[in-house]
Design a protein around this ligand. Structure first.
Ligand SMILES: Cc1cc2nc3c(=O)[nH]c(=O)nc-3n(C[C@H](O)[C@H](O)[C@H](O)COP(=O)(O)O)c2cc1C
Length: 356
């Protein structure tokens, strides 16, 4: 049983997750020795190198932490990102996370690789929900998933494009080969007969998705569409040209390529290029309220958290995630007050010292 009072930072949850998880699971997902942890480290380094330049005597009284993201209202600009197979980490799984997001008034993102189905999560949680899609090779499945999500009241579609079913390392590939026991129930139970003989749902993922595929989704849904995994200004411009509602600067938390920039650094360049034309979000390395404030100052509309969700879920299920979101809220509010910022939608770029 979690004693939430013992947890006062995301780092506390990380330490508890290390204690709770078998070492091979922790290492496969959150990084081990050698080069394969590089991008996750770069994400953290970008936050650590980037400093705040606070303003004083701003006389700010009331604070506004609520905003909208592609039309979804949130009470906190910290969204729960797509994390597949949450049941591996705690039996509350995606149901627990979605309820924790609802309690905080923020978005829960249901991954394609979820244990709980779209309809189960919709029944369990009244909060705002987005659907994450790994674009599948069988287009009929994409259509069915997207339309089910829309029918169940989900508010946006987030398409992951940086890691198309390709394991980022031999370690992760070996981990998958050894653990095919977590079926993607949105496919296995609700669309029988589509799962490969190996039982590995990752085999269903399209290996060479292109813009025409993303555009095809427009025919299936009227939901706002965001692309997740943008890492260059050139691709950010294409998101604008193709009329997307939003883009997420992300390197899959380091689970794609390894020799990458920190996403906070990429975010600055992407916002400079297209920030006035499309909503820009980011993830990768967010661990504190000050990190959130830095990303907002760089021009992100909101951030998403991966490890910041799954470590608390591992440590304490739904209650752990609720506590983590409460900590991030308190930290963000304090950082805003100490920096002279009153509104999450109006964080000035001058707050950042980029140190590069
Ligand atoms: C355990 C784990 C599972 C993940 N599963 C998915 C997934 O199914 N789909 C996806 O788009 N991203 C997935 N991601 C990536 C996250 O959505 C996000 O991009 C990343 O974790 C952000 O970095 P952070 O962990 O430093 O917050 C996963 C990340 C982790 C840690």
């Amino acid at each position: 049983m979690l004693n939430s009072e013992n947890f006062s930072s995301i780092g506390d949850f990380e330490r508890q997750a290390i204690a709770n998880l078998p070492p091979h699971l922790f290492t496969a997902w959150f990084g081990g020795p050698g080069h394969e942890h590089q991008a996750a480290i770069a994400n953290r380094q970008a936050f650590e190198r980037t400093r705040l330049v606070p303003r004083v005597l701003s006389g700010i009284g009331e604070q506004t932490l609520s905003t909208t993201v592609v039309g979804t209202r949130v009470e906190l600009p910290v969204l729960l990102g797509a994390v597949g197979g949450q049941i591996r980490f705690h039996s509350d799984g995606e149901i627990g996370s979605s309820r924790a997001a609802a309690a905080a008034g923020t978005v829960f993102t249901l991954p394609t690789g979820a244990h709980f189905t779209i309809e189960e999560v919709a029944d369990a949680s009244s909060g705002p929900k987005w659907m994450q899609l790994y674009y599948l090779a069988d287009d009929e499945l994409n259509k069915l998933l997207v339309q089910r999500a829309e029918a169940a009241g989900f508010k946006a579609l987030l398409v992951t494009v940086d890691n198309a079913g390709i394991s980022s390392s031999e370690r992760l590939a070996r981990f998958y080969r050894g653990s095919r026991t977590i079926p993607w129930r949105n496919l296995t139970e609700t669309i029988p007969g589509k799962v490969p003989a190996s039982g590995d749902c990752f085999e269903l993922v399209h290996r060479h998705v292109g813009w025409k595929d993303i555009l095809r989704l427009r025919k299936y849904t009227s939901l706002p569409i965001l692309v997740k995994g943008i890492q260059s200004v050139a691709d950010a411009k294409l998101c604008v040209e193709h009329g997307l509602n939003g883009l997420i600067v992300s390197n899959h938390g380091g689970h794609a390529l390894h020799s990458l920039r920190g996403t906070l650094d990429t975010l600055v360049d992407v916002v400079d290029a297209v920030g006035s034309q499309i909503e820009v979000l980011m993830d990768g390395g967010v661990r504190s309220g000050e990190d959130v404030l830095k990303a907002l100052a760089a021009g992100a509309r909101a951030v998403l958290i991966g490890r910041g969700l799954i470590w608390p879920l591992t440590a304490g299920g739904q209650e752990g995630v609720e506590r983590a979101l409460a900590i991030l809220r308190t930290e963000l509010s304090r950082a805003m007050r100490l920096s002279g910022v009153g509104n999450v939608a109006e964080v000035p770029r001058e707050l950042l010292y980029l140190g590069r």
